[in-house]
Design a protein around this ligand. Structure first.
Ligand code: PSV
Ligand code: MN
Length: 424
């Protein structure tokens, strides 16, 4: 299914008057509204190819139908999102869940939808049916050299797919670790992992980045070999200037101060990118901004401050991606909500009065500093995100239009009600 421009303009025309009234009020509240709108237009958030189907837990999966059956249909789904919000202009592939068979055809299709290829992701956390050696006891950390070699070769294979497609980064997330004390020699596991990462790094093209993602627990529950930002930082420091730490918001221990982690990684020039989601308890993979929107705003506050301090381009100097799962919602609606949640947090962070905040900080004026941040967080910026979509050719109300066009119904009619997308 494709959403024609006419549908979008009719939808926008029906909402325009109300939108304009809201926008003019918001502009009276926020001084730099015009520059915020332009930054929002430029900002793109990649959609992972594995998040287009229904998610599940180990207790069950309740699919809603019309899931993409192939990489082509996944690209089509991201194209739908991008047509609606004009902010989802890239897709990130997980290999081997989504191996492109015909690079040229896939590239043509993505270009037709106005999409680019974001990071490619390797998978050494599952055994594939045709695989010789098992990752049961880890991949890059494994005590068995042949298993490490297999995992290294897989990552190099992923880089090769990425080169063909025009990706510019590899994300390595390892489930390596241990479930019980004594199972692993931490020092040797670290050393093996580092040496394996070094071999992968050697295969990286000169204009690529390598992202090392960390996670506190799961599937290993005693230790994770890349368990927190400090461990990731230690690897990427040793690897070289193309290696960076990737922050997945769900991968921290409860109550971690993620905004401070982000600020320090940025300062050290080792923050590579993000996997956005939200959580209440662990790696819940819920809609970005649905549980702790203030935290998301505080993270963006540090991002804007830290990137501006280094003259970085918000849109292109870090990798922005969603990594969420949708157990009870329509995956496409949920992704639209995530993108919207991210855009709002970004817009609010852009509206912070930086000069006044710095002054308050320099004067130890705690009350004023808090007031400045909370004022920005409590200001309704929805008219700005809507205006950015409007100017970029998207819909004023993406989920509203998704429903009124019965996109899911159309996808079910095209693809069937029992389709299952690859991924987790
Ligand atoms: C692991 O939990 C993770 O966040 C990594 O980014 C994986 O690539 C992805 O989820 C797989 O679903
Ligand atoms: Mn992730």
């Amino acid at each position: 299914m494709q959403i024609s421009k006419n549908y979008i303009s009719d939808h926008n025309a029906s909402l325009l008057k109300k939108h304009e009234a809201k926008l003019s009020f918001t502009k009276s509240e926020i001084e730099n509204a015009e520059s915020i709108i332009q930054k929002l237009v430029d900002f793109q958030i990649a959609i992972p190819s594995w998040a287009l189907g229904t998610g599940g837990t180990r207790f069950g999966r309740f699919a809603g139908g019309g899931e993409p059956r192939s990489l082509e249909e996944k690209i089509e789904d991201v194209g739908l999102l991008h047509a609606l919000n004009r902010s989802s202009g890239a897709i990130s592939l997980h290999i081997p869940w989504d191996i492109p068979k015909d690079y040229q055809a896939i590239k043509t299709l993505t270009a037709q939808h106005g999409l680019a290829f974001d990071a490619v992701n390797s998978n050494t956390f599952q055994d594939q049916p045709d695989q010789t050696l098992t990752y049961k006891f880890g991949s890059l950390q494994n005590v068995n050299k042949a298993i490490r070699k297999q995992a290294i070769e897989h990552n190099i294979e992923v880089i090769k797919h990425g080169i063909e497609l025009g990706s510019k980064s590899l994300t390595v997330w390892l489930s390596d670790g241990s479930c019980f004390p004594g199972q692993l020699n931490f020092r040797k596991a670290y050393q093996n992992t580092l040496e394996s990462l070094q071999e992968i790094y050697e295969a990286l093209p000169s204009d690529w980045k390598m992202f090392v993602e960390y996670k506190a627990f799961e599937p290993n529950f005693y230790s994770m070999t890349v368990g927190d930002w400090g461990m990731s930082y230690s690897y990427v420091q040793k690897l070289g200037e193309k290696a960076y730490t990737l922050v997945d918001l769900g991968h921290h221990l409860p109550n971690a101060n993620i905004e401070q982690i982000v600020a320090l990684l940025l300062m050290e020039q080792k923050l590579g990118g993000f996997h956005f989601n939200d959580s209440k308890y662990g790696d819940d993979d819920l809609t970005a901004g649905s549980i702790k929107p203030y935290q998301l705003f505080l993270i963006f506050n540090e991002l804007v401050e830290g990137m501006d301090a280094q003259g970085m381009n918000h849109a292109s100097d870090l990798g922005w991606m969603i990594d969420a799962s949708h157990n009870v919602k329509d995956p496409l609606e949920d992704l639209l909500q995530s993108v919207d949640g991210i855009m709002m947090a970004y817009a609010q962070a852009l509206s912070v009065d930086r000069k006044a905040l710095e002054e308050a900080q320099e004067n130890n004026d705690v009350v004023k500093a808090q007031e400045i941040l909370q004022n920005a967080f409590r200001t309704d910026v929805r008219a700005l995100t809507a205006e950015a979509r409007l100017r970029a050719g998207g819909a004023l109300n993406p989920t509203g239009l998704f429903r009124s066009l019965d996109v899911r119904g159309n996808l079910i009619r095209e693809r069937g009600s029992k389709t299952v997308a690859t991924g987790l």
